[in-house]
Design a protein around this ligand. Structure first.
Ligand SMILES: [Zn+2]
Ligand SMILES: [Zn+2]
Length: 441
């Protein structure tokens, strides 16, 4: 099964690349090649001139079948290798990484930690900065996990190396700046960012609206390009987060440390038992498309974007369109888990420490209204009140994801949009009637 998927991805890589360069999509190539030559080989491009001065790319890059075949083979080999690594890891992982049982007493688990408890720096000051209308302030007490002196699984090392390489690539990007490379970065951020917020989060994890399957799959593919794992993995972790928000059974609560909730949890396979429990995502696991993305993930998230961007615009496009874009989108998404659980304000009595944060609201296309989201997790709209629309006098940066969902509904693509009920708003509001009537849905 795994082998056939590997071969399938190998074939897919080859066909895609050959179509692009020598086959039915060859009409695209002259543009790609012209762009690549301008970017890579133009004497005016000081940053790349030296790098490619002696390269033989001039003869081999455009429109050469052997170049296309070599790239296809390279892509296929990389995918095969990565799948092999994945299979070996899976075979090794016969026994669970950790007892599949939730710790009985959440607080005791945290309080037993060596580092003990401490208050989050900045506490109420940062909350004031990030709060447009405060309901509550307090200094957070957290029980940080041990980040470094612990058992590192092979997979932890692999993730750390991948994170390191991709961050290093992003740091190189400024030396290869051009406005068109930046435009590729920005478009990539919007497409893959919305892939995460609109598809992975609101449609797949919370089923807050419906679309025809083909649209759902295209949107999910945009999310897959963000390199935040395939939908089965992402949705499973996220549902676990909602199932036990900020308790010891949360996959990524800042109560286990700010950096833990930001990225530390991704580098610690043993840290939380929920990481290996996918029983909450059967609705996706039973669909061939999501299993296909799971088995062939590196092909879609790494190989095809890098090869495609290289063909299109050379190294600058790869550095901006892949490395910088992936890093930026990572940190924006991670900030929803860290910043939006520490600094902001709470409009709803959710019993956790989720916050509404205007800055993350803008950067993460509406996901920063995170207290609203934890209150009404199936709502397709996160920015709920009038002042969350025009507080900053810029209406369209509020809950961009919801605007897109609304647009999809208007043109007949999205349906069954879910909103908070008045009864639930009343139940969760701090001051009951007033808050409920101010909210719009
Ligand atoms: Zn959350
Ligand atoms: Zn959610």
């Amino acid at each position: 099964m795994a082998r056939s998927n590997s071969l399938l991805s190998l074939a897919a890589a080859s066909v895609a690349l050959l179509c692009l360069t020598t086959g039915p999509l060859s009409f695209l190539v002259p543009q790609f090649c012209k762009q690549a030559q301008t970017t890579l080989l133009s004497p005016a491009s000081a940053s790349t001139q030296g790098f490619y001065a002696n390269a033989t790319l001039q003869n081999t890059l455009p429109l050469q079948p052997h170049w296309a075949i070599a790239s296809a083979l390279l892509a296929a080999l990389a995918t095969r290798k990565l799948n092999k690594v994945g299979r070996a890891a899976q075979a090794k992982k016969q026994k669970p990484l950790r007892d599949q049982v939730a710790p009985e007493n959440a607080d005791a688990v945290r309080e037993d930690r060596k580092k003990g408890s401490k208050n989050v720096k900045g506490g109420s000051k940062m909350q004031r900065f990030f709060s447009v209308r405060n309901r509550k302030f307090w200094d957070f007490t957290v029980w940080p996990r041990t980040y470094f002196k612990r058992v590192w699984e092979k997979k932890d090392w692999m993730y750390a190396v991948i994170f390191g390489i991709i961050h290093a690539g992003a740091f190189m990007a400024p030396w290869y700046f051009s406005w068109d490379a930046f435009a590729v970065f920005f478009c990539g951020y919007v497409i893959t960012g919305l892939g995460i917020t609109l598809s992975y989060h609101r449609q797949l994890a919370h089923l807050s609206f419906k679309t025809p399957k083909v649209v759902e799959y295209i949107l999910a593919y945009c999310g897959a390009l963000a390199m935040q794992s395939h939908p089965i993995n992402w949705v499973s972790s996220h549902r676990h987060h909602h199932g036990a928000t900020d308790t010891a059974n949360d996959v990524h609560s800042p109560k286990d440390g700010f950096w833990w909730s930001h990225a530390g949890w991704l580098l610690d396979q043993k840290g939380t038992w929920m990481r290996v429990d996918r029983s909450n995502v059967d609705d996706l696991s039973k669909q061939w498309y999501y299993r296909f993305l799971q088995k062939t993930y590196p092909l879609h998230a790494i190989v095809l974007p890098i090869v495609g961007l290289y063909c299109w615009g050379g190294l600058p496009y790869v550095l901006w369109g892949f490395f910088a874009r992936v890093v930026w989108t990572w940190h924006v998404t991670w900030a929803v888990n860290s910043v939006s659980h520490v600094w902001g304000f709470q409009d709803w009595n959710t019993g956790d420490i989720s916050m509404n944060n205007w800055l993350i609201g803008i950067l993460a296309f509406g996901e920063g209204w995170h207290n609203n989201h934890h209150a009404f997790e199936t709502s397709c709209r996160h920015g709920l009140k009038w002042w969350q629309v025009d507080q900053l006098q810029v209406e369209f940066v509020n809950d961009v994801t919801w605007y897109i969902i609304k647009l999809l509904e208007t043109v007949g693509i999205a349906s069954d949009l879910k909103y908070p009920t008045q009864a639930k708003m009343k139940k969760l509001s701090w001051d009951s009637d007033e808050a409920a009537s101010a909210a719009i849905a």
